[in-house]
Every structure is written in C-alpha cells, then in structure tokens.
Design a protein around this ligand. Structure first.
Ligand code: HEC
Length: 127
C-alpha cells in the first residue's frame, strides 16, 4: 500500500515535469524555426557556407559554440567590413530575430560535432 502510493505520487511528478518540458520545447522550437528562417532569408550561407558550417567565412556553428554571445552580437551588428563581414544593424529582421538566430545556432552546435579546420577568411581561401 505504501509503495503503490509512492508510485502514484512519483507518476504524478513525472507527468507534471513532462508537461512543462513539452511547453518549453514548443516555445524553443518556435524560436528555432524563426532563427532558421531569418538566416535563410538573409542568405548568410552565401559566405558562411551550406548549413552555416563554414566556407569563405567561418562556421557559425563553431562561432557560437566557442565564442561569447557578446562577440556574436558585435560581429553581426557591426560587421568586420575590412575582412568582408557586412554589419546588419540597419536590418530590422536581423535585430528582431537575433535571439532566435543565436538559439538556433547554439542548438545546432550542441547536436553536431565541430567542423574540421577549413579556410577561415576569404583571403586565406583565395577568394
Ligand atoms: C559577404 C559575405 C558574408 C555574409 C553575407 C555574412 N557574413 Fe558573417 N562573416 C563574413 C566573414 C568574411 C567573416 C570573418 C570576419 C573576420 O574574420 O573578422 C564573418 C564573420 C562572422 C561572425 C564572427 C564569427 C566568429 O569568428 O566568431 C559571425 C557571428 C557572422 N559572421 C554572422 C553572420 C550572419 C548571422 C550573417 C547573415 C545575417 C552573416 N554573417 C553574413 C562574411 C559574411
């Protein structure tokens, strides 16, 4: 009797946890889809490569895995014109969806292994 009551209480706790995890997951999924769409619409892949895994410009997956959020924001908003990264501060879409973009890339970084070392800059890539 004591055991089965404990079991029921435990089941209840698990059900509650599962429920809130699902709600959080849904919210995260919505954000991630926004981030993915923003990156696609702004064509970051043109320089950062297919799936943003690096091409003429470095992998964005690695950038958010290894670098700070501040660094990410600074690059995206201000750019690095001299080295070929445009600043996006004047683009409302980027500013609005910055959190979603960051979350999406972080999520990818958690799921995927680091990419092999490749050309880091257009100069090194000979472009
Ligand atoms: C015209 C080519 C080009 C486009 C388009 C472009 N980037 Fe870049 N990006 C670069 C280059 C080149 C660098 C490396 C700059 C450097 O080494 O200082 C870079 C660097 C970055 C970095 C810093 C990476 C690090 O080392 O931490 C981030 C973050 C980034 N880009 C995000 C984006 C996002 C997000 C978009 C789309 C909204 C985008 N870039 C579009 C060329 C581009």
């Amino acid at each position: 009797m004591h055991n089965s009551m404990y079991g029921l209480a435990l089941l209840h706790v698990l059900a509650v946890c599962n429920h809130s995890a699902t709600a959080a997951d849904d919210q995260e999924a919505v954000l991630m889809n926004r981030g993915r769409a923003a990156l696609r619409d702004m064509d970051c892949a043109r320089c950062h490569g297919r799936d943003y895994r690096g091409w003429a410009a470095p992998s964005l997956i690695d950038a958010v895995r290894d670098g700070s959020r501040e660094r990410f924001e600074r690059y995206v908003l201000d750019g690095d014109i001299v080295r070929g990264m445009p600043g996006y501060r004047s683009q409302p879409r980027l500013v609005t969806d910055l959190d979603a973009i960051y979350l999406y890339l972080r999520m990818r970084g958690r799921q995927e292994p680091a990419s092999p070392p490749g050309p880091a800059t257009p100069r090194e890539a000979g472009r």
